[in-house]
Ligand binder design. Structure first.
Ligand code: G4P
Length: 539
């Protein structure tokens, strides 16, 4: 290993790159902010939260975000913690999410599954969990809002196992709940951590390490300690033991309890989390796994953000660095076209500020200014050609047909839709037999249609109308060489082609989907495919 490669390996070993998956309102924004507080990036909480003007100034770029007061884009926050460099990939927090939310998980090495103690596992959590499962990334669970009266902790562990099918093992255990929530017992270090309420959670809370044994001087009354001892005994006998290998394979999730708003349990969670979260490892490519230390730099684009600055038509490609040292000013080759790119303008988000970066290492995310040639899923390499495993294209759940009142703008519409679909904003579909030439758009969340309509108008000068279509599910047909006319006739279901020409069926209901599965058993229907490639990725 050269000294440069050794430096890359050392830097990569310090990286922890993760995303938080949750249902809206579980407290992702609050927890993110508290992680920044404990990471020392902010001294007082309350600055990130709030959907007011201040937030727009830093993280909401697009006009639509301003109108709706939500964050459509994925930000990347980097903060130091205990000598490590933590990259938190922040995903849209609105209840309307997009494929970007899924794709972010492809760039992460680990996920934090955030649950509301009163609500348990919610629909959006399930969707995101499935994507983590598909990638087999490790998942750490944080049960939030323990300062409120919620469900019994044991019941929550059961629910995780039953609904998500992943064994859950308590890493910390709550001491009380609601008004009586005093702290957590760290089962791995066997220490009782009690917190003081204060400053409304704006500052770090003092933590007292107490003993569980009978002790007259303990700040926790004996009755509470007795209850805790009984609960811990029960966990010992009935709970799952923690297994590091199973965790790393995404087969068991350690569960932490806490309250992001009061900061209770946040610090012990973060301390353990950075130990649990694996550093970046070799990534799969067409030519086998690529070692993190190089020989040279490479990475892939997982997201494209257009119009961060409405005055300039800039697009930023978010690149996950997978190997080697990424340097500002370096020349890197765009694998799909073979063209060299000079990356002079590189940015990274630190806290909520954009900053120019000079270098980055495996696990880091950098934003590369792009003149329009990069697309989601593209690989970039410095020396030897590398093509990273293609990004999955996820099954859309909302569909519209695009109509154009002014037929003279058809060319601009096509160009706009092609570019926006390349960016990954929506999926561009067409009727397989082209009986209806008007394009169909599919999206994971309906907000994407508003984004696309705005951008068609602002950037391509096209006023298009979108009429909703009644479909709810899409499944790609994985069998090669299927007679699509025959499939459409027998199933009486709409058959379309995606941007790569891969066939997919659109269903109006679960019932319709089961009917087709039963009556056309030879069809192999899958919920996600690798973009560009011919092989299908599992459902
Ligand atoms: P999200 O990003 O996942 O959508 O959730 P967010 O952090 O915005 O939190 C949603 C609501 O839950 C907020 O209340 C927030 O204050 C509250 N919350 C977050 N963590 C905790 C917690 O640990 N305990 C309790 N009791 N509440 C928590 P809100 O009323 O919607 O907003 P706000 O008025 O507090 O700003």
């Amino acid at each position: 290993m050269t000294p440069e490669q050794a430096q890359v390996a050392r830097e990569a070993a310090r990286r922890r790159t993760f995303a938080i998956i949750s249902h809206p309102d579980a407290g992702k924004t609050t927890l993110t902010e508290k992680l920044l507080l404990y990471g020392g990036v902010i001294r007082e909480a309350g600055s990130v939260r709030g959907r007011g003007a201040a937030k727009h100034a830093t993280s909401d770029w697009m006009a639509i975000e301003k109108e709706r007061g939500i964050s459509v884009s994925t930000s990347v926050l980097q903060f130091p913690f205990q000598g490590l460099c933590v990259n938190l990939l922040d995903t849209p927090g609105h209840d309307d999410f997009s494929e970007d939310t899924y794709r972010t998980l492809v760039a992460a090495d680990c996920a934090v599954m955030l649950l509301d103690a009163a609500k348990g596992v919610e629909p959006q959590t399930i969707k995101l969990f499935k994507v983590c499962r598909m990638r087999r990334i490790p998942i750490v669970t944080f049960v939030n809002k323990m300062d409120r009266w919620g469900r019994e902790p044991l019941e929550l562990l059961d629910e995780i196992e039953e609904v998500l099918g992943i064994p859950a093992t308590a890493a910390t255990w709550p001491v009380g709940m609601g008004e009586t929530f005093r702290g957590v017992f760290d089962r791995w270090s066997e220490s009782l951590l009690l917190f003081d309420r204060g400053a409304g959670g704006a500052r770090r809370v003092p933590q007292t390490v107490a003993s569980l044994a009978a002790d007259a001087a303990s700040p926790l009354p004996e009755s509470a300690r007795r209850t805790l001892r009984a609960e811990l005994d029960l966990l010992e006998t009935a709970g799952y033991p923690f297994d590091q290998d199973l965790f790393l394979a995404g087969e068991v999730t350690p569960v932490f309890f806490g309250s992001a708003i009061t900061n209770f349990g946040v610090e012990p969670f973060l301390e353990r989390f950075v130990e649990l979260c694996p550093p970046p490892g070799p990534r799969k490519s067409d030519g086998g796994p690529v070692p993190i230390e190089g020989p040279a730099c490479s990475g892939f684009v997982f997201k494209i953000q257009a119009n961060m600055n409405p005055k300039h038509r800039d697009r930023i490609a978010f690149v996950r660095v997978c190997a080697g040292r990424f340097e500002r000013g370096m020349t890197i080759v765009h694998e799909r076209t073979g063209k060299p790119l000079n990356v002079n303008r590189v940015m990274q988000l630190q806290s909520r500020e954009r900053a120019t970066v000079d270098e980055a290492f495996p696990g880091d995310i950098v934003g590369v200014w792009d003149g329009g040639q990069l697309a989601v899923g593209d690989s970039l390499y410095e020396a030897e050609p590398i093509r990273y495993e293609a990004l999955p294209r996820f099954s859309p759940e909302h569909f519209v047909r695009v109509r154009l009142p002014d037929a003279l703008r058809r060319k601009q519409l096509r160009k706009g839709l092609e570019q926006l679909s390349e960016e990954g904003a929506v999926q561009l579909l067409s009727d397989h037999a082209l009986r209806d030439p008007d394009p169909i758009l599919g999206a994971v969340g309906p907000l994407q249609f508003d984004v696309v309509r705005h951008r068609l108008r602002d950037e391509y000068g096209v006023e298009a109308t979108f009429s909703p279509l009644p479909y709810r599910h899409a499944r790609w047909i994985a069998n090669p060489g299927v007679d699509l006319d025959d499939v459409a006739r027998r199933s009486n279901v709409a058959v379309c082609l995606d941007a790569d020409g891969k066939p997919l069926m659109l269903f109006k209901s679960d019932f319709e989907m089961s009917w087709v599965a039963k009556h056309c058993p030879e069809l192999e229907l899958v919920a996600a495919v690798r973009a560009g490639a011919t092989a299908a990725a599992g459902a």
